[in-house]
Write a protein that binds this ligand. Structure first.
Ligand code: AMP
Ligand code: GLY
Length: 429
């Protein structure tokens, strides 16, 4: 099999890395990939934009690609799956209609309400005055969300009425582009968040291992929201009993309701849940793709060959697959970020120490890196090329071993301004 992976993050490096562990996979082509995918054997980067569907289709057809796996939400929301399928390609990832579950929070909320999926109480607004008077009536804290895709920046947890009003003005004022045409105002929930990534073929849905992300930049979960600063799997808070409820009340209801709308959802459905102190849960959001960095801790523990699961989804025979099997133990990943992220940061810093970290047993997934042409034979210089740069991943027989491996590994790595959180997994330490 030849697989084309769309995207350039740590998630896509992990997908390519996992696929290449199988003898069935002859080659992986990454569009556009990063410095990590460029340096793997049997893996090739193609410098194309993820929304240049025609170029991607042409290259996939020319190269005899068997399967396309789409990482990020933006091309899914723009209809990459619809287009590539129309060209006769097999694609893992929902159609444009299915991707609305992430691309429109108002649409997703209506779906949850229709399906009877437990979720935070919310109202959708189309203009500022009504939104503000609703906030006044509800009181704070309250959560203000731009409807559309906003690269993780469209959610404001407002502690004061002024903050909520400013968020409403910013969203309707166009600061989030068309993402802010509708604004969802939602009840504030407390508890622990957990990410459930599930595979679906449009009929059947099966969860992968639970994971917990760390969204804030600062230790103790403080400061600005980011794409995710680290993760671990499995998340003990998602007990087997809770997973049964999530399967029935969230995943199966979502797929059945999508199906009733005529949406044949073949890809990952990612449910972001809040588990309250009393053990109840509510869905905060759905994503139409693998999580980043959750994928970097879930895939290292997966025993069933990934391409078998993905093909079963694409060919709508997930129900016939044997149960998914997992390695015993745990995985932890720590994000090494550029100084300044999630605000402004510099790129182009030389990265050293990855090989040493790998010698210690860690797996280093690249996110924002670029490989420069080798100066001397056999060596490639790597430089930073994004906010989240590397994911240093440890796998162990238990959480403590995985954590220790990841933190020992990251100490080998250096680039100017490198920042990482020292408290990944603090809830289970
Ligand atoms: P979302 O993109 O909807 O997952 O929101 C991003 C982050 O905002 C979540 O991971 C939570 O940390 C926070 N958040 C979203 N909705 C709520 C809510 N209703 N109550 C409390 N925090 C929330
Ligand atoms: N880790 C959060 C996300 O992938 O959306």
């Amino acid at each position: 099999m030849k697989v084309l992976v769309v995207g350039h993050g740590g998630r896509e490096h992990a997908l390519a890395w996992k696929l290449l562990q199988s003898k069935q996979i002859e080659q992986v082509v990454c569009v556009p990939g990063n410095g990590g995918t460029a340096s793997m054997e049997r893996c090739q980067n193609l410098p194309m934009a993820v929304d240049d569907f025609e170029a991607i289709a042409q290259c996939a057809l020319e190269q005899g690609i068997t399967l396309v796996v789409v990482g990020p939400e933006v091309p899914l929301a723009k209809g990459i799956t619809d287009f590539l399928r129309s060209q006769g390609l097999k694609v893992f990832g929902p159609t444009k209609a299915g991707a609305q579950i992430e691309a429109s929070k108002a649409w997703a909320k209506a779906l949850m309400q229709e399906a009877g999926i437990p979720t935070a109480r919310a109202v959708v607004f189309t203009e500022a005055a009504a939104a503000k008077s609703y906030v006044k009536a509800q009181g704070v804290p309250i959560v203000v969300k731009a409807d559309g895709l906003a690269a993780g920046k469209g959610v404001i947890v407002a502690e004061t009425e002024q903050q909520a009003q400013a968020a409403i003005d910013a969203m309707f004022g166009g600061e989030f582009g068309s993402a802010g045409k509708f604004v969802v105002i939602e009840e504030y929930l407390t508890g622990q968040e957990v990410s459930i990534l599930a595979l679906s073929d449009g009929l059947t849905i099966r969860p992968l291992l639970s994971a917990q992300d760390h969204k804030r930049i600062g230790e103790g979960d403080t400061g600005e929201n980011t794409g995710g600063m680290g993760a671990y799997a499995p998340a003990p808070i998602a007990t087997p009993e809770l997973m049964v409820k999530i399967q029935k009340q969230v995943l199966e209801r979502a797929i059945a309701t999508l199906r009733a709308k005529g949406i044949d959802y073949r890809g990952v459905l990612y449910a972001g849940l809040m588990i309250t102190d009393s053990g109840d849960f509510k869905v905060l959001e759905f994503n139409c793709r693998f999580g980043d960095p959750e994928t970097q801790v879930v895939l290292p523990l997966l025993e069933t060959p990934l391409e078998e699961l993905i093909l079963a989804c694409v060919e709508q025979r997930l129900a016939q697959m044997p149960p998914i099997t997992w390695k015993q133990g745990a995985a932890v990943t720590i994000v090494a970020a550029s100084g300044g992220y999630p605000g402004a940061y510099e790129k182009g810093k030389v990265i050293t120490g990855i090989e040493q970290a790998e010698v210690l047993g860690t797996t280093v997934f690249h996110a924002g890196t670029k490989a420069l042409p080798s100066k001397s034979e056999g060596t490639r210089q790597l430089i930073t090329d994004g906010g989240r740069v590397l994911n240093i991943t440890g796998v162990g027989e238990n959480f403590e071993q995985a954590l220790a491996q990841a933190y020992t590994g990251i100490q080998c790595i250096h680039f100017e301004g490198m920042y990482y959180r020292r408290d990944i997994g603090h809830r289970v330490r």
